[in-house]
Design a binder for this molecule. Structure first.
Ligand SMILES: [Zn+2]
Length: 281
């Protein structure tokens, strides 16, 4: 999964640190990150590469430290939405990180999650004053009214529902990837992860489940989330009532008809592979 980057180690403890020229620099415009083109792929530019665009010295670097993986730090430089794209670069959505090396994928996506949170809190939600970044912990502070905003993570549940040798698979209308995945959704305020799992399967597929078991979790910066994965068994009637507003497809797929899924990025693929390979769910 995306966070499993051993032997590399993520250090996302808050600190204030000076940049080195070969550290990564995310130039973020509020929704997209400036990435450097290398042939047909994209990489995260270094601090030196970003400085060279403006001819500035590292002492004048305007970014701030976010996190490190091993001895390379990730810095953020927030820019306005109308920031002109330099030659050889392109502003890309978070999905671009998914095609990068494990270190750039995890560091880039996590940094973009923090960058997105910062970009949404430039002004205090309580009094409207301009905010500042906290200097003792990862926070955003309103100097006028004292309101403190901490990073936002939206919990999600994903459920692998088994019916004998068949798995409930679905395609979300908003997912540009045409492959079938699993039932998932955001946890509502006031419900437990378990209640959310039962509710999502009922809402999206019209099915009751039993023997709900925790599988594992993963950070999922692409939707500002933490995803909790679950396995479950069908309870009763196997007739699927697809929620058409959410899913373009939902069906039972036999184990032998499920194609192989890569398990290096998402818990969804790990859950599917776990079933496909015949492990006990
Ligand atoms: Zn305020």
């Amino acid at each position: 999964m995306i966070h499993e980057i051993a032997p590399h180690v993520l250090d996302n403890q808050f600190k204030i640190q000076d940049p080195k020229s070969n550290d990564y620099c995310l130039v973020y415009n509020g929704s997209k990150t400036l990435l450097k083109k290398e042939g047909n792929s994209y990489v995260i530019p270094t601090v030196a590469e970003i400085l060279s665009l403006s001819g500035k010295d590292i002492a004048d670097f305007e970014g701030h430290y976010l996190l490190s993986i091993d001895d390379r730090a990730f810095f953020l430089q927030a820019v306005p939405e109308d920031f002109v794209t330099p030659e050889g670069y392109e502003f890309m959505g978070n999905r671009a990180f998914r095609n990068m090396s494990p270190v750039e994928r995890m560091g880039g996506a996590t940094s973009a999650h923090i960058a997105h949170w910062e970009s949404l809190n430039k002004f205090c939600g309580k009094c409207g004053n301009v905010t500042i970044r906290g200097d003792k912990e990862r926070s955003i502070i309103c100097p006028k009214c004292g309101n403190i905003v901490y990073p936002r993570i939206s919990p999600v549940v994903i459920v692998a529902v088994r019916n004998g040798d068949k798995l409930l698979m679905a395609h979300n209308i908003d997912n540009p990837n045409p492959r079938l995945f699993l039932i998932s959704g955001f946890v509502e305020i006031g419900e437990s992860l378990e209640q959310a799992a039962h509710r999502e399967v009922m809402e999206e597929a019209g099915l009751k489940i039993k023997n709900l078991k925790y599988f594992g979790s993963q950070p999922w910066a692409f939707s500002d989330s933490l995803i909790a994965g679950w396995t479950a068994e069908l309870d009763g009637d196997d007739t699927i009532h697809r929620q058409e507003a959410e899913l373009s497809e939902a069906k039972w797929v036999k184990r032998e008809d499920i194609p192989e899924y890569e398990t290096d990025v998402s818990i969804s693929c790990c859950l599917i592979e776990n079933f496909r390979r015949g492990f006990t769910l």
